[in-house]
Design a protein around this ligand. Structure first.
Ligand SMILES: NC(=O)c1ccc[n+]([C@@H]2O[C@H](COP(=O)([O-])OP(=O)(O)OC[C@H]3O[C@@H](n4cnc5c(N)ncnc54)[C@H](OP(=O)(O)O)[C@@H]3O)[C@@H](O)[C@H]2O)c1
Length: 374
């Protein structure tokens, strides 16, 4: 098929690329908050009306926005699954996989060649493994680049805070993103001490055994309360109800929250002004923009899983990329692609906390170190 984007040829983009792509998004918390972005009065409709309607109607994914290069060239689209996180979790993996599969059928007919499984659409399809049989499209869950960006954020926290040998807890360590972050931390010796947290201890044990080959001390726990021993707490669960609480955190801890829906609430900052909470998994791409619905992020800021999809589309990738847990090789490959296309951005975004720009201040005691940027 003739590539409709072939007239766009900055030197770094190979012959095959860019391919038209689609990236799945969904409503996050309250449906009424997201729809009110288009028309404010829609917020007045009670949330449970939206829930009943969307749960029963089985509406196919609809285009949320176009993704364009600055200058106007269309690259791809965001497609919205009209459910929020809790409705998707209620429906379960089987039903959601079938729905997403049908949505991809429709998108492929419209010319989509690369599909990114954004936010909860990845965990709901077993990291995309449930869709691996497809051969008509390149699929990715975006988790390799998410792991790379989370790892870069942890290293930036360590640098900015001047931490010498931080103890790092990863909640959701056995998951797709979490396991790759742990492997990167262990391989690159970013820390001496790792605490792996999730509910299933067998999976944690297996991961811990692979990490111990590096000179890192690894402990496991199925209790979130144990993160109290950590200087840095990394959140990567796929659960809406694993909320991090004030009593879980040590004095001056830094939390890097990569979860969607989030496992931290802004009230935590009021309760614990000594603690810093950084928004995780965010990438700066000033070279592109969205035309239509937003991702609810700051200017030039995108989710890392979206960025991975865009990188694969630029590269003209036809085979699946990251399904299930990313390997270190995939993390290194996508990191190299980000460097190749750095003219468009693809850098770790400046730190923010619940969307507000922030900076960490170097401190040996790690106390009272979080200030709002001017
Ligand atoms: N910013 C981005 O671009 C981006 C990209 C991709 C993913 N994400 C987010 O990253 C998170 C992880 O995604 P994933 O694909 O890695 O998910 P996943 O593969 O399903 O892994 C989830 C992990 O969380 C653990 N977990 C689940 N519920 C828990 C609970 N109640 N308490 C403690 N641990 C729990 C799971 O282990 P057990 O089942 O054993 O507990 C597993 O280790 C999600 O929130 C996703 O939205 C963000």
């Amino acid at each position: 098929m003739k590539n409709p984007l072939n007239f766009l040829k900055p030197a770094c983009i190979p012959q095959e690329g860019p391919l038209p792509f689609s990236f799945f998004v969904h409503f996050r918390h309250q449906v009424k908050d997201d729809v009110a972005l288009f028309w404010k009065p829609l917020r007045r409709i009670p949330e449970n009306w939206y829930r009943k309607l969307l749960s029963s109607l089985n509406i196919p994914a609809l285009r949320w926005s176009k993704v364009k290069l600055n200058g106007g060239t269309s690259l791809g689209r965001l497609d919205l699954i009209p459910l929020n996180a809790s409705l998707m979790l209620e429906k379960g993996r089987k039903e959601m996989t079938a729905r997403i599969n049908k949505d991809i059928d429709r998108l492929v007919k419209k010319g989509t060649r690369v599909v990114g499984l954004g936010a909860l659409t990845a965990p709901m399809t077993k990291g995309g493994l449930n869709l691996a049989h497809r051969t008509d499209v390149c699929l990715t869950n975006g988790n390799a680049f998410t792991a790379v960006i989370m790892h870069q954020a942890i290293e930036r926290i360590i640098r900015q805070k001047g931490m010498l040998a931080p103890r790092i807890a990863v909640v959701g360590a056995s998951g797709s993103v979490g396991s790759c972050v742990c492997r990167l931390l262990a391989r690159d010796m970013s820390t001496d001490e790792l605490l792996l947290v999730a509910r299933n201890k067998n999976r944690l044990e297996k991961l811990a055994n692979t990490l111990k080959k590096n000179a890192v001390q690894v402990e496991i726990s199925d209790q979130i309360a144990d993160v109290k021993s950590a200087d840095i707490v990394v959140l990567l669960t796929a659960s809406a109800d694993c909320l991090l609480k004030s009593e879980h955190l040590r004095q001056g801890a830094v939390v890097l929250d990569g979860t969607q829906p989030r496992n931290t609430h802004p009230s935590l900052l009021q309760e614990r002004p000594d603690v810093s909470i950084i928004d995780g998994g965010l990438v700066e791409i000033p070279g592109v923009h969205l035309h239509g619905g937003s991702m609810g992020l700051g200017k030039n800021t995108y989710f890392a899983c979206f960025s991975e999809t865009l990188l694969l589309a630029f590269e003209g990738r036809k085979e699946h990329f990251c399904l299930g847990n990313p390997s270190l090789e995939q993390a290194d490959y996508i990191h190299d692609l980000a460097k190749k296309y750095q003219a468009f951005g693809f850098q770790l975004a400046p730190f923010s906390s619940f969307g507000q720009s922030v900076r960490l201040i170097r401190s040996i005691s790690h106390a009272q170190t979080f200030t709002k940027a001017a």
